[in-house]
Design a binder for this molecule. Structure first.
Ligand code: ADP
Ligand code: MG
Length: 142
């Protein structure tokens, strides 16, 4: 599925709709260059789960947990990860096999340990279509 947006509000709404439909144990992977809108999308997804707390990129930790919504939400940002063993140390497997909804920003950096069943989100710019244009590709992997 491909969705095109032309503002941060629209990208937020795409995330929100997926958050409203998210199920226990669902894993989202999020890929795209710096400044493309991964955090905007994640904030929408959290809103769709009913989380009212502000969601930002977890700068000093690999994972940030939010318990205020319909399901627990585990937000990973693995941008600064050295190697995948650091993921084991934070209990990555327990999170992704748990009852919450997991979202992993920069998931391509830990591709070898991702669960096979996952919802992949790719966000891309296309400057020919304007500065605020984003193409969001959603693909279900089993
Ligand atoms: P990332 O987390 O991928 O580094 P952010 O979500 O922090 O990116 O930032 C995205 C930036 O792009 C924001 O400043 C936002 O206002 C801007 N932006 C412009 N158009 C869009 C769009 N269509 N979707 C999402 N963000 C957009
Ligand atoms: Mg970000």
């Amino acid at each position: 599925m491909v969705i095109e947006t032309n503002s941060p509000e629209e990208t937020f709404r795409v995330g929100k709709e997926l958050g409203e439909k998210a199920y226990a144990g669902q894993v989202f992977t999020l890929t795209g260059d710096l400044g493309v809108g991964k955090t905007v999308f994640t904030q929408g997804l959290a809103k769709g789960l009913g989380i009212e707390e502000p969601v930002n990129s977890p700068t000093f930790t690999i994972v940030q947990e939010y318990d205020g919504g319909r399901l627990p939400f585990y937000h990973f940002d693995v941008y600064r990860i050295g190697d995948v063993e650091e993921m084991e140390e934070v209990g990555f497997d327990d999170y992704v096999m748990g009852e919450g909804v997991s979202l992993i920003e920069w998931a391509d950096l830990i591709s070898e340990i991702l669960p096979e069943k996952r919802t992949e989100i790719l966000i891309e710019k296309d400057l020919e279509r304007g500065f605020d244009y984003r193409r969001i590709t959603v693909a279900q992997r089993e």
